[in-house]
Design a protein. Structure first.
Length: 183
């Protein structure tokens, strides 16, 4: 009683095939759902903020870079008052680098037609343009900023390397302050 009529309790072969076809997609579907659920999970992040000082004065410009143990990085621009905010940094033991902005020479103004005619006769302008071009290519030295200026251009290159800077932070909270005075 129960079973298939005339088959004395056995299921026909087509029923086993149908059940197998429907069972396989369910298992694949379950695996896909599990993979999708796991991919949405990520490690917790922290919001890091603070001020960067250089010789007691706010560092004007540059970039702060946070390097996590898995070598993922988070970075933020340093504002003119030395403040910064990294919205999402991996937690754990973090290496920190403070990178200076590369100085850029001022762009040369585009000459008008009279200037082009004068430039053809003027060797000073030709020499000046070659000098400007060398500066743009990074072959000429830039004028150093005045002493006591806390711009990122004065920052020793040591701070730009997270492995040599000596700057570290242990990120454990969802919001954390990291202020530093570089010497």
């Amino acid at each position: 009683m129960g079973g298939w009529p005339g088959l004395s309790g056995r299921r026909p072969a087509f029923f086993a095939a149908v059940v197998g076809v429907f069972a396989m997609p369910r298992s694949i579907c379950a695996v896909l759902i599990a993979l999708l659920a796991m991919s949405g999970c990520s490690e917790p992040k922290s919001r890091v903020h603070g001020k960067v000082l250089y010789k007691g004065k706010p560092l004007a410009g540059g970039t702060i870079v946070l390097v996590s143990p898995d070598n993922s990085t988070a970075q933020a621009r340093i504002a003119s008052d030395g403040s910064y905010e990294v919205p999402a940094a991996s937690r754990g033991h973090i290496l920190v680098a403070i990178q200076a902005d590369r100085p850029r020479p001022a762009p040369r103004a585009q000459p008008n037609s009279k200037a082009v005619a004068l430039k053809a006769r003027d060797t000073f302008a030709t020499d000046q343009s070659k000098s400007d071009d060398k500066a743009k290519m990074g072959k000429a030295t830039s004028v150093p900023p005045p002493a006591g200026d806390a711009s990122a251009n004065n920052l020793p290159a040591l701070y730009g390397d997270p492995n040599r800077s000596g700057l570290t932070i242990e990120l454990v909270d969802s919001v954390q302050d990291f202020s530093v005075d570089l010497k």
